[in-house]
Design a binder for this molecule. Structure first.
Ligand code: NAI
Length: 726
């Protein structure tokens, strides 16, 4: 394997070029690290070499560690993880010391990093160990340490080096939020040292003139003090106390990585650099061995990427969309037009009145203008994107569209009418998709003359922010339609899941029981603050009552009425409806009416739970304990996900997990409902569900699928892996 190559020029500068074979982006494997180690040894030992430049043979520097390698290390247990991490520390520390005498700090060889583009994770930790970092002036490049977003933290010295380079306060957003910067901003933040037209040339020039003192890192110099103060310094004390409170407040204590990161910085700041690295390695090992990090890496990285790359795509030739027709330029249509035009797709945006179509297009103008004011979008880019959107009432403009997304009113009659009108114009082989959120795809397909080319593509609101798209197969939907939908979702860079047609599909099906359980508890007299906090403390981004306010109380009423009409005696919401119906009757429709479960000020800012809740639904004298409330809220969603799998709505647990986190924010630290069940064990889950069912009703009865799994002693991922192997 050859990931690194070295060449020494006439002036004695050895350039080590990272160019991972067979990959479009460099990611570090253990073998590649060993290779780099050999080359560094060779260069440091070669008298002819005066200095070293480390760069990339690709447009970007590196995307980070190969997370599959981390997953592999984890299989070997804590010792293997710790040893693996320490071997990286030794390599990077060797680069940092560069052969200098540890006492006199003289005689080392200068080593500079030259980054042509993006440098993430270990792709920045390696440069941070070099003596100077040069980045190309490439505004598309992203520089940073995003590890925290997949449930780990920078464990190859990035945590220790960055916090010592910038101080804990300045390093906090980069480490704790995984904030990425372009090269100019990274320089302003002190992460890279110089932005250069030609970073390799600049790095070489620097290497040739660097003095001994230029190679000594501040933390290796005598009398070094942590910028902004170490923990027992008065200013440092304030920083660490504040950071600790902030981390606890934001993560509610459920994200082990944030806490471990902070501990590594805090404890590391009290000792010398090499001991700090060991502490960092210990905390990293602890985090990696925690089931939460494994589940997060699996869902938010490995499986998310697999789904984006088409893990469940039928074997059909490329179906990339060239011209997209959107019917209905309301909230959803306008958002879909924006993300599609932004991805380079030509869009025809149709509404029944020209004014409405224009308003839909103006939504893109608004978002692009916001981008311009934030310097993320240029005027030229704005013109280009808007130039791709034709706003019209004329169905003839749909000629040549290879995909239609229908987003008109949620009314089968209106939808049938526009389906017929569009099909009269579009090519015979075009695919027709509906964005309906509640109507069965198979029923809507009856309006189509080509039901095998009819499919559901269900977006979430706001379209430009929400990452998940649900693709729904109707009874007659064919493979090409599925491939088309997947290729479209890939073009607009979102994450797809493919599900079968059933009431509320997957995401809404699971989120509704969560909302209902929260509302039901209000009716029972459970303290609303307990309900909301219980949810947040389980890692849900919003409590159920806040989420109802956000999505609106009248929508909840509408869905309740429609569901009851459709389900008759089987309807399970009779104890939920009185609460939301009364709120709706009082005009408390949620955030949009500045009144709901919460109170809002004139400007629409949430003030706190509405005091009137207590008068309408008096507090029960005896309140349930926190765990009970949490179990009700979490099992309401999780058991529904299991039922969706049992009924064949979901066919792949990876989609169930990724879809849950991206679609409705299911506690990301769990890795999703199926990962969470595996973490707790099926037998324990069945026990909890049975106890909940006995106290609160049959809706908590454990599905057969889960009971069988408990009896077998199996797990969702364990069994999926053996199926895949077989
Ligand atoms: P909206 O009411 O904002 O927009 C609907 C648009 O369709 C309006 O601009 C209307 O003038 C237009 N329209 C109505 N009849 C038409 C016709 N015959 N020809 C052309 N245009 C026509 O509704 P919204 O929220 O955008 O929803 C649209 C669809 O998306 C619905 O099926 C809804 O269930 C679904 N959906 C909505 C979500 C949401 O959060 N609002 C989320 C996911 C799906």
């Amino acid at each position: 394997m050859t990931d690194f190559a070295m060449q020494t020029d006439a002036e004695g500068v050895a350039t080590i070029t990272w160019d991972a074979a067979g990959r479009s982006m460099n990611v570090l494997t253990l073998e590649a690290a060993a290779e780099l180690n050999r080359l560094v040894d060779q260069a440091l030992g070669d008298e002819a070499v005066k200095g070293i430049v480390i760069t990339s043979g690709k447009p970007d520097f590196a995307a980070g560690m190969d997370l599959n390698v981390l997953a592999g290390l984890k299989q070997g247990g804590a010792r293997a993880v710790f040893d693996g991490v320490m071997s990286l520390h030794h390599l990077l520390r060797k680069i940092e010391r560069a052969g200098m005498d540890p006492k006199t700090l003289k005689g080392g060889k200068p080593i500079a990093a030259a980054l042509p583009g993006t440098a993430l994770g270990i792709g920045l930790e390696l440069p941070l160990a070099c003596h100077r970092i040069f980045a190309a002036d490439n505004p598309k490049a992203k520089i940073g340490l995003p590890e925290i977003q997949v449930g780990i933290f920078p464990g190859a010295g990035g945590t220790t080096r960055l916090s010592r380079k910038l101080g804990a306060m300045m390093a906090a957003p980069l480490l704790l939020e995984g904030k990425l910067n372009d090269p100019q901003k990274a320089r302003a933040a002190g992460v890279v040292d110089e932005v250069a037209e030609d970073p390799v040339a600049a790095a070489k020039a620097w290497v040739l003139q660097a003095k001994d003192a230029d190679l000594v890192k501040p933390w290796d110099a005598k009398g070094w003090k942590m910028p902004g103060g170490a923990p027992y310094h008065p200013a440092g004390f304030m920083t660490f106390v504040g950071a600790s409170a902030m981390v606890s407040g934001r993560t509610m204590g459920v994200y082990p990585a944030a806490k471990a990161l902070l501990s590594a910085v805090y404890e590391g700041a009290l000792v010398d650099f090499d001991t700090a690295l060991k502490i960092e390695a210990r905390w990293f090992t602890w985090v990696l061995m925690n089931p939460s990090s494994g589940a997060m890496i699996r869902s938010l990285f490995i499986n998310k990427e697999a789904l984006e790359k088409g893990a469940n795509r039928p074997d059909v030739p490329d179906q990339k969309v060239r011209k997209l027709g959107i019917l209905g330029a309301g909230m959803m249509g306008a958002g879909i037009a924006y993300v599609s035009a932004n991805a380079g797709i030509e869009v025809v945006l149709i509404d029944s009145a020209q004014e409405a179509a224009e308003r839909g297009k103006a939504y893109s103008t608004g978002l692009l203008d916001k981008g311009i004011s934030r310097k993320k979008v240029t005027e030229a880019k704005k013109a280009e994107v808007l130039g791709r959107i034709t706003a019209t009432t004329d169905y003839a403009a749909l000629e040549g569209c290879d995909l239609i997304v229908e987003a008109v009113f949620e009314d089968p009659g209106v939808k049938a009418e526009v389906t017929k009108k569009a099909e009269a114009v579009i090519p015979q082989d075009a695919i027709f998709a509906t964005n309906t959120s509640t109507l069965p795809i198979s029923d809507l397909a009856r309006a189509s003359t080509r039901p095998e080319q009819f499919i559901g593509i269900h977006f979430f609101s706001p379209v430009d922010k929400m990452l998940l798209v649900e693709i729904i197969k109707g009874r007659e939907t064919g493979e090409r339609a599925v491939a088309k939908a997947l290729d479209f979702v890939r073009q607009i860079r979102k994450t797809p899941i493919v599900v079968n047609d059933a009431r509320f599909f997957y995401a809404n099906r699971c989120i509704i029981p969560y909302l209902n359980e929260g509302i039901r508890m209000v009716g029972e007299g459970v303290s609303p603050a307990l309900i909301e906090n219980a949810a947040r403390m389980m890692g849900m981004p919003l409590g159920p009552l806040q989420l109802v306010d956000e999505t609106s109380v009248d929508l909840a009423v509408k869905i309740a009425k429609a569901t009851k009409a459709a389900m008759g005696d089987a309807y399970a919401g009779n104890d939920v409806d009185p609460v939301i119906f009364r709120l709706a009757d009082e005009g408390r429709l949620g955030r949009k009416s500045k009144a709901g479960f919460y109170a809002y000020d004139e400007a629409g800012k949430r003030q706190g739970l509405w005091e009137g809740l207590g008068a309408n639904w008096p507090r029960a004298e005896e309140q349930p304990d926190l765990t009970e409330v949490q179990q009700r809220l979490m099992f309401a969603q999780t058991l529904e996900a299991v039922r969706a799998l049992e009924e064949g709505v979901l066919t792949d647990i990876r989609e169930g997990d990724v879809g849950a986190i991206l679609g409705w924010g299911f506690a990301p630290w769990t890795g999703g409902p199926f990962s969470w069940l595996d973490m707790m064990g099926a037998a324990r889950a069945v026990g909890i569900a049975e106890a909940l069912a006995a106290r609160h009703g049959e809706r908590f009865a454990p599905p057969k699928l889960l009971r069988d799994m408990a009896e077998r002693g199996g797990s969702f991922y364990g069994e999926a892996a053996s199926r895949a192997a077989a």
